[in-house]
Design a protein around this ligand. Structure first.
Ligand SMILES: *[C@@H]1O[C@H](CO)[C@@H](O)[C@H](O)[C@H]1NC(C)=O
Ligand SMILES: *[C@@H]1O[C@H](CO)[C@@H](O)[C@H](O)[C@H]1NC(C)=O
Ligand SMILES: *[C@@H]1O[C@H](CO)[C@@H](O)[C@H](O)[C@H]1NC(C)=O
Length: 281
């Protein structure tokens, strides 16, 4: 015979089982080919423009989706990137966006902005890094931009940094640069030291010229850092520096006279020489 307690127990267990079935099962959903109902971003159904929506003048309509664009790449006449470094369409989700007060940042320690270095001498680039759990990088040939951005338990981006050095015409040049041309691109794969400094050796130094160096802070799968708010300071640092034969700023140790001044001096000298020659006649 059933007691009322057993009946209640059956009802409670039955309700729990129903609840469990209806709740998202994060483990099972990781291999499901169906978007879980809990993951639908309903705001994506709107273009962001309309009579009841505040938007800046000139705002363009967003693409819309009721399924998080999961099959959007099918509409593009392009291959899916599939972990390779190739132009195409990437269906992988973006993942964790970084809290405003935990955004990574960087500052060159060496060289410093506007430094002058001697040519062909090995040197060590040092960068102070903040809010990046460094030393984490996946295979860039097989898993490029191929997993979501992740954070650690403190909400800090997990990833790594890089250094890129480009040649520029001068410290004051105004030409837009060509990103296909660079002198050095080096991943900073080792974790930062105890003082949060990342280092890379430029083993043969650089030839004389003017250079721009920048940090490239990324998530583990090499994608850029996703800031959770639009307005923020730079997540990377950029410096400009000069390399000369003797490591002294241009002009130092040679003529300190501006070329136009020295040609005027030459003119004065030749006039004086001419006058002296006339005196001798
Ligand atoms: C969630 O899914 C996993 C994998 O399919 C399964 O082993 C587990 O029992 C499920 N959990 C619940 C509460 O349904
Ligand atoms: C805009 O808001 C008004 C007032 O709430 C409402 O009556 C109207 O249907 C809305 N229009 C649209 C396009 O949502
Ligand atoms: C740079 O070179 C020095 C001297 O050879 C070495 O001790 C150091 O570990 C190198 N640093 C890096 C980041 O490779």
């Amino acid at each position: 015979m059933f007691s009322i307690a057993v009946v209640l127990n059956v009802l409670v267990v039955g309700a729990w089982a129903l609840e469990a079935r209806q709740s998202p099962n994060a483990t099972a959903d990781q291999t499901s080919l169906t978007l879980a109902a809990s993951q639908v971003q309903s705001a994506l159904a709107s273009t962001g423009i309309g009579p009841n929506i505040t938007s800046d003048p000139g705002t363009v309509a967003s693409l819309t989706s009721t399924n998080n664009f999961i099959n959007w790449c099918e509409t593009q006449n392009a291959p899916i990137t599939n972990g390779k470094q190739q132009a195409g369409c990437n269906p992988t989700i973006m993942g964790m966006m970084i809290a405003f007060n935990k955004l990574p940042s960087a500052k060159f320690q060496y060289p410093k902005n506007l430094d002058t270095l001697p040519a062909s001498q090995p040197f060590t680039i040092q960068v102070a890094i903040n809010n990046l759990q460094t030393g984490n990088f996946v295979n860039a040939q097989t898993n490029f931009f191929a997993a979501p951005s992740q954070v650690n338990s403190d909400g800090i981006q997990i990833g790594h940094s890089h250094i890129v050095i480009e040649s520029v015409e001068s410290l004051t040049s105004t030409s837009a640069t060509d990103p296909t041309k660079f002198i050095l691109f080096q991943a900073l794969n080792n974790p930062a030291n105890g003082n949060n400094i990342l280092s890379v050796n430029v083993t043969h130094g650089l030839s004389p010229g003017v250079y721009r160096a920048g940090t490239v802070n990324t998530a583990s799968n090499h994608q850029p850092i996703l800031a959770s708010v639009a307005q923020h300071g730079l997540i990377n640092d950029v410096i400009y520096f000069t390399v000369t034969q003797n490591g002294k700023p241009n002009g130092a140790g040679r003529s300190l006279v501006h070329p136009s001044v020295s040609s005027s001096l030459a003119l004065v000298t030749s006039i004086l020489a001419l006058s002296a020659a006339q005196l001798l006649l």
